[in-house]
Design a protein around this ligand. Structure first.
Ligand code: ADP
Length: 210
């Protein structure tokens, strides 16, 4: 649980614990002229969000963590596997025209290209297809493997990578998506994808406390 905005009473509790901690729930309630029961949800929120620490028989401590520190701690818990979506893949031998059709049908901006052995061999984006069309190539004849970005120059992530690592790669490499891969010997099998939309979804999840 992560609350970004604390209500007035929670702010007051935080202040009391900051100045007087360790302090018991009862003592905090006394200072606020409230019952312990009224305070319980607030104390639970402050503890779960990491602002306060509770020790049995001692009371509440202020953890000293700023909301920015708590926010970055929450973001660091996000892993690729928690947010990845289903990848759209095509075979390397299909035509650029078929790749365009696949993009429309599957409503994606990037296709991951595999060979007959199911190994990741390339990435084909909208720009790759536009470039092929502009160059006057016959898009019905030219196979995707001719126009795609290929191994070993692909940026990939694994399910256990942090989502911030993936976000950084998207920015650094100026790309829209990343294949999530499982290593199989010296090659990769595609198991998912991370896109700019994934990162937007994670951003919203932070606020919606998912
Ligand atoms: P768009 O073509 O819609 O702008 P991108 O910005 O993702 O999409 O693609 C820009 C270029 O980067 C394309 O040539 C594409 O093949 C390449 N590219 C896309 N994703 C990757 C990736 N994960 N690894 C390496 N190259 C990529």
């Amino acid at each position: 649980m992560f609350t970004i905005e604390l209500n007035q009473r929670q702010e007051k509790i935080l202040q009391i614990v900051k100045n007087n901690g360790p302090i018991t729930g009862e003592k905090i309630a006394e200072r606020l002229n409230l019952t312990r029961a009224t305070l319980r949800p607030d104390l639970a929120i402050l503890t779960m969000a990491g602002y306060l620490d509770a020790r049995p028989r001692v009371g509440y401590f202020y953890t000293g963590k700023s909301s920015t520190q708590l926010l970055s701690a929450s973001i660091r818990k996000f892993q690729v596997k928690d947010f990845q979506s289903i990848p759209s893949v095509i075979n390397e031998d299909v035509s650029a025209y078929d790749a365009i059709c696949a993009m429309f049908l599957e409503d994606v901006g990037t296709l991951f290209v595999i060979n007959k052995k199911n190994q990741l061999v390339g990435v084909c984006s909208r720009k790759d297809l536009l470039r092929a069309s502009m160059g006057g190539q016959d898009i019905h004849a030219v196979p995707v493997h001719v126009i795609m970005s290929r191994m070993p120059n692909l940026s990939v992530v694994t399910p256990d990578d942090l989502l911030v690592y993936a976000a950084n790669l998207l920015i650094e490499k100026q790309i829209d998506s990343l294949p999530v891969v499982k290593k199989k010997g010296s090659s990769y099998e595609v198991t998912g994808r991370i896109t700019k939309t994934t990162i937007t979804r994670a951003f919203v999840a932070l606020i919606e406390d998912e």
